[in-house]
Ligand binder design. Structure first.
Ligand SMILES: [Zn+2]
Length: 489
């Protein structure tokens, strides 16, 4: 008897849950005009932020002014185009991010399975071809379905479940088979907050939280007047909306160059810089391999898992039968850290500035369920060797010095690598020489030449060769000193 009563109550509870679900989503659909809005455009201005480029791991992402932000979306075709005009003042905020001064236009597009950027034309030159950007597809697609109207449409199409939550009803569902989306719909049917998770090689399942406030009627469409997004806990976008248009013409399709794009194979080129020392290039970010008596030291495993795997494999090919015992990470910026979990999985001790210790301990343990990497399976523990102003790795014969750059606005934890025997200095980001020696040095591209030069003087390092971790050639102190004379920092 008791069982039957429970069964009946169960059915009643289920029925009311279904009713609540359709109620919250339906209320939102009605309030936001989700059914009649097929395309949408909104414009605004504010700030975006250089994610993964903070001055220290504990600081917020560095901000960049966004003079104008225009997002155009077509929900029927699953497409979105975002056009930003960014502006840098005379002084860049401390932290990383591509250095520029003045205005910078960016066009970022997603359509179905394709993502690409449209580079700006220079002067009267013909427009350059679109650049396929497959790594951004997931983030941009989720951003499209995280817009208020998009979220309601996606909820209706993906069997959303609901439950009561603080601030309203929590609506959850999965898109594309494995990407969870969850949002809060308030009593007025407004979507207050949407959370998605994207795969990041460093911090794993990274939360992207978008908060919508100040809903108002923009000429017949209810839309928030402010959008604030965070990634990995820090603001990544903060836009005040000035204009919203319902159902404009938004015709976006992936160009052939984007559809036919296949990523080039990962290539690691090597240049021997002395006995047992190799400079690894072949992509945007370089590394250094040093052979010690009974082990290998690698400096930087950048970009992503495929690049890091190739760098680690190359190190073992160059120095057979010795383990990679230390991987030095020059600094914590994500473009130089994309393979750090591969280094941890290798069992190497990670050598880093002391301000990164807590962050790297989190990186070692963070969940990677969206796109599990080898460390997610092996669950190996992490070994970290923290360095203050100076670190030394030695095997009794060879010495590797690590020096903290002082007064370096790009990052607070930059360890440059000095090999006294070879008089070689390896450095990321501080000075990248122009492609051809002797070409004019344009300050914005090399804003930190002076800082690097001053540090070399302060440390009294006898440097003959500088191996930069960007660019296409090595350089020397003479060229650095010339650059320093015209450098802003
Ligand atoms: Zn950097």
């Amino acid at each position: 008897m008791r069982k039957i009563i429970f069964a009946t109550l169960g059915i009643l509870a289920l029925a009311s849950a279904v009713a609540a679900q359709s109620n919250a989503v339906q209320t939102a659909a009605d309030a936001l005009g989700a059914a009649r809005i097929k395309t949408l455009q909104f414009t605004g201005s504010g700030q975006n932020f250089s994610v993964g480029q903070n001055y220290t791991p504990a600081e917020a992402w560095p901000p960049v002014t966004v003079k104008s932000y225009t997002a155009s979306m077509n929900y029927d075709t699953g497409s979105m185009r975002v056009e930003l005009v960014r502006e840098m003042g005379a002084v860049m905020p401390r932290g990383g991010g591509g250095p520029f001064f003045g205005e910078q236009r960016q066009v970022q597009v997603v359509s179905g399975n394709y993502a690409w950027n449209v580079p700006p034309a220079a002067g009267n030159a013909p427009a350059p071809p679109p650049q396929a950007n497959p790594d951004s597809q997931l983030e941009r697609m989720l951003a499209l379905w995280a817009t208020p109207q998009g979220f309601v449409k996606a909820a209706m199409n993906n069997k959303a479940t609901t439950k009561n939550a603080s601030g309203g009803t929590e609506v959850s569902f999965t898109v594309g088979g494995k990407y969870k989306m969850t949002g809060i719909v308030n009593a007025k049917g407004q979507v207050d907050k949407v959370t998605t998770w994207i795969d990041n090689p460093i911090v794993g399942d990274m939360p992207v939280v978008t908060t919508y406030t100040g809903y108002k009627d923009f000429g017949g469409v209810m839309f928030p007047s402010r959008i604030v997004q965070t990634q990995d806990g820090f603001p990544s976008l903060d836009i005040n909306i000035s204009n919203v248009t319902a159902n404009p013409s938004v015709d976006i399709a992936a160009p052939d160059a984007v559809r036919n794009f296949t990523p080039p194979p990962v290539r690691v080129e090597t240049k021997q810089m002395g006995e047992g020392v190799w400079y690894l290039t072949g992509a945007t970010h370089h590394s250094l391999v040093v052979e010690m008596k009974d082990h290998i030291v690698v400096v930087d495993v950048p970009n992503n898992v495929p690049r890091a795997s190739a760098v680690l494999a190359k190190a073992k090919e160059l120095v057979p039968n010795k383990p990679i015992r230390y991987v030095v990470t020059s600094h914590h910026h994500w473009d130089h850290l994309g393979g750090i979990r591969m280094a941890m999985n290798e069992g190497a001790t990670i050598v880093t500035h002391q301000t990164n210790k807590a962050f790297l301990e989190r990186v070692a343990k963070t969940p990677h369920t969206i796109n599990p990497d080898p460390l997610a399976t092996s669950k190996k523990g992490v070994k970290i060797q923290a360095v203050a102003d100076k670190g030394v790795l030695t095997d009794g014969n060879r010495t590797i010095e690590l020096h903290l750059l002082k007064g370096y606005e790009h990052t607070g934890d930059m360890l440059v690598v000095y090999l006294p025997k070879e008089k070689l200095l390896a450095e990321p980001d501080a000075f990248t020489p122009p492609a051809q020696a002797g070409t004019p040095l344009i300050p914005p591209a090399r804003p930190f030449a002076k800082t690097l030069y001053d540090n070399i003087q302060r440390l009294k390092l006898d440097v003959q060769v500088i191996a930069p971790f960007h660019g296409n050639r090595t350089t020397d102190v003479a060229e650095l000193s010339k650059a320093a004379a015209t450098s802003s920092n």
